[in-house]
Design a protein around this ligand. Structure first.
Ligand SMILES: Cc1cc2nc3c(=O)[nH]c(=O)nc-3n(C[C@H](O)[C@H](O)[C@H](O)COP(=O)(O)OP(=O)(O)OC[C@H]3O[C@@H](n4cnc5c(N)ncnc54)[C@H](O)[C@@H]3O)c2cc1C
Length: 506
């Protein structure tokens, strides 16, 4: 990604303008750019700073959707999971799940076994097996309990959600697309149709109108609030989901473990991620503003009751968490009392010159992008030409952590001096990665680097503030920051982390 682009550097006209730099917008951008369309993506804050950095990090079929009768969504998701495992190896990785079955609790073994057989059939391969209590405990000692009958072993996948967005954007840019962060957009129309967007860069005090043949509203939970958008968006029911992140020494897990919450029977799970363990989640109406959701005291209590039910011997307290995070699901209101029964399908609508898309899942972003572009082809026939449904990223990359996260740039990162290659604190991140990111990934604020380009803010103790002295020089050199700017960025980061990510007791 080149340096941050100013509004003046943009062209007067694009074929397609995508508003929203989450997974939905990034997926559309990537697929449009590879088809040779002149595409601009505009994100009001940082790329992936909305829901797409606050998911459960699973690339999954969604057993829960199967239970709700959403067969099509499950099948589509299972197929996409398999494809992402192949095409984004190192970034989307297999995640073995254990579902402990206890004598005195739901779910029962047979019901789960039937569900998982259907799941396997959808993926075209058997990946679920019954383990005896002894086998389950041999794999995951923290499951030891007198009531344990055994466990179902099955496979899904996990990812770094924000990094997946970034890679899609980088792939789209490599194919000629332009993506800008910290610029908000609203559609501009005449009496007939949407003709383009009005862009506002508040930090640099710039405003500019840009014309487009077609505008796409991919603003997720904001989709029905986009200023000046023609009517047509479905009513959204923003549903908050929150997570706690524990150090793996506090919650030592080699597999993902899933079980039902004792209060409401909702599936909850804990899984190893970026050297730590993510545990969640909740599913509640979110009545607050959308930009800075945070976990509430009631959600912390709910999650801790669930954790104690499965791992009573660990005596974990909420204050033992490294961090917390919350995100808002862009769910279309379907009128169910129970939020968890609302469908997770995406919804698309159109007005002259504009297509809107919202809802859906991280896992199925490619399917969503292709559906949008099929509709867009009525206005932009060149979308039917060019390189269509090819592999997601450039091929030939090492299918390891760095290759998956940085694509071809992994070679550059590996070639940096050895002293930059040791991992920072208890995290999987090398200083070399951070330096490359600072130079090439449109970083505007320190939190872009610590919360989204890397996830140090979630998985390091105290949000990684102990690492700040190490980052001062590389950041100032790469971004041209003065000492004063560096101090301001550190203050901004500390305040933001305290407000949105500090563990409950602090
Ligand atoms: C708690 C939780 C757990 C989840 N877990 C999973 C999971 O494990 N697996 C899975 O597949 N899915 C999961 N999901 C669903 C998935 O995360 C979302 O469906 C997906 O991230 C939505 O992406 P999006 O791009 O539509 O929205 P967002 O990521 O929110 O992107 C929309 C963007 O639009 C920007 N924007 C808004 N207004 C403007 C404007 N005027 N101009 C410019 N930009 C604007 C916003 O800043 C935002 O960045 C989960 C969701 C939640 C909340």
């Amino acid at each position: 990604m080149p340096e941050r682009i100013t509004l003046q550097q943009l062209d007067d006209h694009y074929d397609l303008i995508v508003i929203g730099g989450g997974i939905t917008g990034a997926g559309i951008f990537r697929e449009a750019a590879r088809r040779g369309v002149r595409v601009l993506l505009v994100e009001a804050a940082d790329f992936a700073s909305g829901t797409s950095s606050a998911s459960s990090k699973l690339v999954h079929g969604g057993l829960r959707y199967l239970k709700n009768g959403d067969w099509r969504l499950t099948l589509e998701s299972v197929r996409e999971r398999q494809r992402l495992l192949r095409e984004a190896a190192g970034l989307v990785e297999p995640l073995p799940f254990l579902m402990p079955i206890h004598r005195d609790r739901r779910p029962g073994r047979w019901l789960m076994q039937i569900g998982l057989r259907i799941y396997d059939a959808m993926a075209g391969a058997r990946r679920s097996f019954w383990l005896s209590a002894q086998q389950a405990v041999a794999r995951e000692p923290v499951l030891r309990a007198g009531t344990l009958r055994g466990a179902m072993l099955y496979e899904d996948a996990s990812t770094d959600d924000a990094r997946l967005v970034l890679r899609l954007l980088l792939a789209g840019i490599a194919d000629g697309g332009v993506a800008v962060n910290y610029v908000s957009a609203e559609p501009v129309s005449d009496s007939e149709r949407v003709r383009g967007v009005r862009l506002r860069d508040d930090e640099r005090g710039a405003v500019r109108e840009i014309a487009a043949r077609l505008v796409i509203n991919a603003t997720g939970a904001w989709a029905d609030r986009l200023a000046n958008a023609p009517p047509g968006a479905p009513t959204l029911r923003p549903l908050r989901g929150s997570h706690l992140v524990f150090a793996s020494r506090s919650l030592p897990l080699a597999h993902a473990v899933t079980w039902l919450h004792p209060h409401d029977g909702r599936p909850i799970f804990a899984h190893p991620w970026e050297g730590a363990v993510v545990y969640g989640t909740t599913d509640l109406d979110h009545d607050d503003e959308l930009s800075s959701p945070r976990i509430t005291a009631a959600e912390i209590d709910y999650l801790m009751v669930g954790l104690k039910a499965q791992f009573p011997d660990l005596s974990l307290r909420a204050g033992d968490a490294l961090s917390s995070y919350a995100g808002v699901r862009p769910v279309v209101a379907g009128g169910h009392d129970d939020p968890s029964r609302e469908s997770r399908e995406s919804a698309m609508w159109a007005a002259p010159g504009l297509i809107g898309i919202t809802g859906g899942k991280l896992t199925t972003f490619r399917v969503t992008a292709n559906q949008v572009l099929q509709t867009a082809a009525a206005e932009l026939p060149q979308l039917l030409q060019g390189r269509g449904d090819g592999p997601l990223f450039e091929t030939g990359m090492a299918p390891d952590r760095l290759g998956g996260r940085y694509g071809a740039a992994a070679t550059e990162i590996r070639a940096m001096p050895a002293v930059l290659q040791t991992t920072l604190a208890d995290t999987p991140y090398r200083l070399a990665e951070l330096i490359w990111s600072l130079r090439h990934e449109a970083i505007v604020h320190l939190d872009d680097l610590l919360l989204r380009r890397t996830r140090i803010g979630l998985v390091a103790a105290n949000g990684g503030v102990d690492l700040l002295p190490l980052l001062a020089e590389p950041a100032c050199v790469a971004l041209g920051w003065s000492e004063t700017r560096w101090r301001q960025e550190c203050e901004r980061y500390r305040a933001l982390w305290q407000q949105r990510h500090a563990p409950p007791a602090s």
